[in-house]
Every structure is written in C-alpha cells, then in structure tokens.
Design a protein around this ligand. Structure first.
Ligand code: GLY
Ligand code: MN
Ligand code: MN
Length: 442
C-alpha cells in the first residue's frame, strides 16, 4: 500500500463522522479474508466503510468511534498484533504501534482484547451505531456488550438504549466525493477507458472473449491498479444479452457485436465502470447500427440531464423515454410512449435501471430516495449512466407487443459512462473510451 495515499483525508472523514454521530458510539468492522476454495483465500478486499474511515488495509480489524470520550480517546483500533511467524506467511502487519503511528488511531489494542474492552469503551454512549447482519464475527460481541449495559442500567443509571445503523451518516458522507476522491476516480476511469481502447484495437473474429479480457486486465495491472473492480464482462454476440455474463470463453464471430463491461479498481479501491459495444469486424450491420444509435442517443440525453438539482430517477426516465420512442419507430414496440412506459411493456428489451452511484463500491452506497423523495444530485456525487437494449427470447414479449423479427435476435448493446455531478452540470470521467459509431468502425 502506498501510504502517500493516506494523506489527511481519512482524518477529516473521521472528524465529520464523529461530529454527525452525536452521542452514539460507532463500531465499524474491517472485512475478513474470504475463502475461494479449500484453504485458498481470495486476495484481500477491505470493507469500504472501514476503509473510508481508516485507510487501514488488514483483515478482521475493528474501529471504534467514541464521540462521548475526551479528545485523544475517540478513535480506537483493534488490530492483529505483530507476529513474525505469521508474517512469514502472510506478510507485513502494522500491529498496534503502526495503527497509532501511521494510521492515526488515538489508542490501539490487539484484536483478541476486543471482547473484554468493548463494553468499557461503549459506556456512556447514548446509542451504538453498528450494522447488524453484516459482520458475523463482531456482532455477538456488540450485542453482548449492549446486553450487559442494559442489565446493569438499573444500578449504573445509564446504558446505550438504541442500536442504530451507521449507514445514513456514513453513506451520506461517502455519497458526496471530495476533490481528492474525484481525482482518484478520474484516474480509475482513465485507466479503465484506456483498457477499452486497447480491447477494441485487438478484437477480431476468431479471438476468444478471454483473450480480450486478458488485454484489459493486463492494462489494469500494468497501470498499478489492483485489477478488475468486478468480474469483467466480455460478451460476444448473444452473450451480451446475459447481463452478468462472466464466462468469457466463447470465440468472437465475424458479424457479431462485442460488449465489454470492465473497469479497474485502484490500490485505494476507487473504481471505474465502463461498458462499450462495437462490431467485432469493424462494421455494424443495419440492425446493429439502428439499435446502437438508439442506445447512444438515450445515453447522450441521460448524460446531458446530469446536473445539480436533477435526480438519478430523472436520469433513468430520460434514457427510458428515448429508448421507447426509438423502439416504437423501429417497430419493436407498439402503442404510445406513455402507455408503454406506464405498463412496463419495454422490459423484455430493457430490463435494468440506467445507473447507480459509483465510488469505493462499484454499486456504491447512498440513498436514491428517502421515502417518496428522490435524492437530488449534488456536486461531488458520481453515477453511472448505462442504458442498453438486449434482444433475446428469454423474456416473453408482453401481450399486445409485436413479435420480434429474427433479424434483431441476439443483439445486446450497453453504453456506460461514469459521470460526476459538477457545480453547474457534469463531468464525464470516462470520455476517453470512444463510442461514436465512426470511431468504432474501420
Ligand atoms: N459492471 C456492473 C454495472 O455496470 O453495474
Ligand atoms: Mn455500472
Ligand atoms: Mn458496468
């Protein structure tokens, strides 16, 4: 881990989090290692909430945020102790000394002391902010400490009465990216866009999807990213109609499109998420071009709509309206625009939403709506804009809608950019990945 990345950002985030917690104490666990098969583990991936607040990249640690304690005792880390015989196998650990000296903890303890110390640290807090259901190793300790407080409350005179979710505070902070975070996202998006450009240059009939995946992921690694942010989708022809296709093991056919949905994850976990679709042989067929231009028009309209005061829901509705209008013109849908949208009679061709928040998680945290209110876009929010069309016979054509002519079958198209809301509009972070039809043909 490059510790120049730590800077003061994590300290500022902790400060804001502590302020917003009010009198509640927060318990934020790190991720555990995940087993892949037998006793082999996946490369470690830190929990994004924990990472956002700590910048500490070891498994199983636990951070306490204690606004009810005096300054100098409000940020406590429980971490794996230094242990040369374990470090021989799994590498360097920071230990309690590093947790304080490098990561800015006020106090650090060895992990096994969490059970015994947690109750004491929580004493005097008005509530406990902990996400139940997500941290099976830590949850019993939190509940036991809370239960003991409640048992003793009649005599001690106080107890944290409520268990609350830290998510509204923490995810509200994560939703609004700082200038430093946006800089990291620009880099993740630039590397991801370059990989798409390389992939299009190498793709040709006869190559296997996996060989294109290799080009993309090689670029991620060469550029210093950890690797793909999610399972890269390299889907030739009708494979593109499988939204989460990751088999990536079919030959690329002359005359088909290739859909690639891939983005890198940086060392500090910021992600790109880009989809491009192009003709494998460098020439669209008439049907492919018609649908491609329609998705592109929908995407352009939706991207143009991204601005402060608008909503993610509005971005989706913008794209959907353009898609439905175009599908009606092409004869792939029948009826009125409003009627088709109201009935959802387009869903056999467009079955997903137009985007999601992007950040430390690819499908990043943050509310899209609060009750009936759609969250309005603000500078610093980053979302994907990714309309598509997928023509297959997997979903039945709704009653009253036209049967699909064979010539459209197997065409799957998605175009996805990552867009930051700016002061007066937006910034497309992934513009370096080309998408104009003329740029895709040769
Ligand atoms: N690559 C995941 C997504 O586009 O949502
Ligand atoms: Mn996406
Ligand atoms: Mn994607």
């Amino acid at each position: 881990m490059d510790h120049s990345l730590l800077g003061s950002s994590h300290a500022q985030r902790r400060q804001r989090f502590l302020e917003q917690l009010g009198g509640a104490a927060a318990v934020i666990p790190a991720a555990p290692l995940a087993v892949h098969h037998a006793d082999c583990e996946w490369p470690f991936r830190q929990n994004s909430d924990f990472w956002y607040l700590t910048g500490f990249d070891e498994p199983d640690a636990v951070a306490l945020f204690l606004p009810h304690r005096p300054a100098g005792e409000r940020y406590v880390l429980f971490v794996a102790s230094k242990d040369p015989s374990a470090e021989v196998w799994t590498g360097h650990r920071w230990g309690t000394e590093g947790a304080v000296a490098v990561f800015g903890a006020d106090i650090a303890h060895p992990l096994p002391e969490l059970e015994q110390r947690l109750g004491t640290y929580l004493q005097g807090a008005e509530g406990i902010a902990f996400r139940v259901g997500r941290h099976p190793a830590v949850e019993p300790l939190v509940l036991a400490a809370w239960a003991r407080q409640l048992d003793r409350a009649p005599r001690s005179g106080h107890a944290a009465l409520g268990l609350v979710a830290p998510c509204p505070i923490l995810h509200g902070l994560r939703l609004r990216k700082s200038p430093e975070e946006l800089e990291r996202m620009r880099l993740a998006c630039r590397i991801s866009a370059e990989a798409h450009e390389l992939a299009r240059q190498v793709a040709r009939p006869g190559l296997n999807e996996r060989q294109v995946q290799a080009v993309i992921e090689q670029h991620f690694l060469e550029q210093g990213a950890r690797g793909p942010a999610y399972g890269s989708i390299v889907a030739g022809g009708a494979n593109a109609c499988v939204l989460h296709y990751t088999a990536n093991n079919a030959p690329l056919n002359d005359g088909d499109l290739l859909l690639i949905d891939a983005g890198c994850s940086l060392a500090d976990y910021y992600n790109g998420d880009i989809t491009r679709t192009f003709p494998i042989n460098g020439r669209f067929t008439g049907e492919q071009r018609a649908l491609y231009e329609l998705v592109l028009a929908a995407q352009a309209a939706a991207v143009a709509a991204v601005a402060p005061g608008f909503t993610a829901e509005g971005v989706h509705e913008t794209a959907l309206r353009v898609l439905v209008e175009g599908l009606l013109e092409l004869g792939l849908l029948a009826g009125s625009v409003d009627g088709v949208i109201a009935e959802g009679a387009y869903r056999h061709l467009y079955m997903h939403r137009t985007g999601h928040w992007l950040g430390l998680d690819v499908h990043d945290v943050g509310a899209y709506r609060l009750g009936e209110h759609h969250v309005t876009l603000e500078p610093g929010m980053v979302l994907t804009v990714e309309p598509g069309l997928y023509v297959s016979d997997r979903l039945p054509v709704p009653e009253g809608q036209p049967a699909i002519d064979e010539r459209w079958m197997g065409i799957g198209i998605r175009i996805e950019d990552d867009v930051a809301v700016s002061e007066h509009g937006h910034e497309v972070l992934t513009a370096a990945a080309l998408k104009a039809p003329a740029a895709l043909e040769r």
